[in-house]
Ligand binder design. Structure first.
Ligand SMILES: Nc1ncnc2c1ncn2[C@@H]1O[C@H](COP(=O)(O)OP(=O)(O)OP(=O)(O)O)[C@@H](O)[C@H]1O
Ligand SMILES: [Mg+2]
Length: 253
């Protein structure tokens, strides 16, 4: 049975999608069966995985709103992971589900249909604390919180932890925070190092993954070329950070 992990942070551009995709491929590389679920209308995870979001007829939107089966939208990518894709249609779902029964548990139901076929299901959340993120948290066993190593990120983390506690109290009592994953880390600046220290200080009860992902322009290049960061042409130390995170998750499972 898969471990379901949501990668969430309402702050934009902190590395949620980059982490979801590269962690997913790293897990597949150590023989894990991996499903990636794109829960962001931007469709960045879908794109990174090798697909053109706006060319897809059916996406996770159809599962959420039209009861399409997840098996009917599933894509398999060239790097060994399966993808439940999203595109801009998903932005309608929050409105269309406003009065739907059990609207916070739609993703749980979708994930339950397929989770016995995987070792890991990773959910890439959109940068908001709205209904889609609540759905992801309701479906997840664990949350990884990517936090970019800049001061403003610390404030957002507090709001997210509050929402996680709420979801835990109402929708999903088994929900755990797997940890904070420091991303876009520049070891050469004092600011980056200070943020790391502050994260440890402010959230002592939360695991801080030891391998901060270094800042590198190669990540943007990797996403633009729809190839994971492990392709030899990228040659970036951040790749090893994701591989180590994958090994840690497998060891813990
Ligand atoms: N370690 C890194 N070093 C440098 N740039 C990075 C790193 N990780 C991600 N990026 C870049 O930062 C930008 C934001 O990353 P990403 O899309 O993964 O963030 P996100 O949290 O998913 O964003 P959103 O909130 O919009 O969904 C992208 O251009 C990405 O290539
Ligand atoms: Mg994203």
């Amino acid at each position: 049975m898969a471990a379901v992990i949501a990668l969430a942070n309402q702050k934009g551009g902190v590395g949620k999608t980059t982490s979801t995709y590269n962690l997913g491929v790293a897990l597949a590389d150590v023989e894990q069966k991996v499903l990636l679920l794109d829960l962001d209308p931007q469709g960045s995870l879908t794109y990174y995985s090798g697909f053109e979001p706006e060319e897809l007829g059916k996406t996770i939107y159809h599962c959420l709103v039209r009861n399409t089966r997840p098996q009917d939208i599933l894509l398999r990518n060239d790097y060994g992971v399966d993808v439940l894709p999203a595109n801009i249609d998903l932005s309608l779902a929050e409105f269309q589900l406003v009065n739907a029964p059990a609207r916070e548990r739609r993703i749980t139901r979708i994930v339950n249909e397929v989770r016995d076929q995987y070792d890991f299901v990773l959910i890439d959340c959109q940068p908001s604390l709205g209904l889609l993120t609540i759905n992801a948290l309701a479906a997840a066993d664990e949350v990884i919180i990517p936090v970019s190593c800049e001061f403003l990120s610390i404030r957002g983390t507090r709001a997210l932890l509050k929402l996680i506690a709420k979801v835990k109290g109402s929708l999903n009592s088994k929900l755990q925070v797997a940890g904070i994953l420091p991303t876009i880390f520049d070891s050469r600046t004092r600011h980056g190092r200070e943020v790391l220290a502050r994260l440890a200080e402010e959230f002592p009860q939360i695991h801080l993954f030891p391998q901060a992902v270094p800042r590198s322009i190669r990540f943007a290049e990797s996403a633009a070329s729809q190839q994971p960061i492990y392709e030899s042409k990228f040659q970036v130390p951040g790749a090893e950070a994701y591989r180590e995170l994958a090994r840690e998750l497998v060891r813990k499972k």
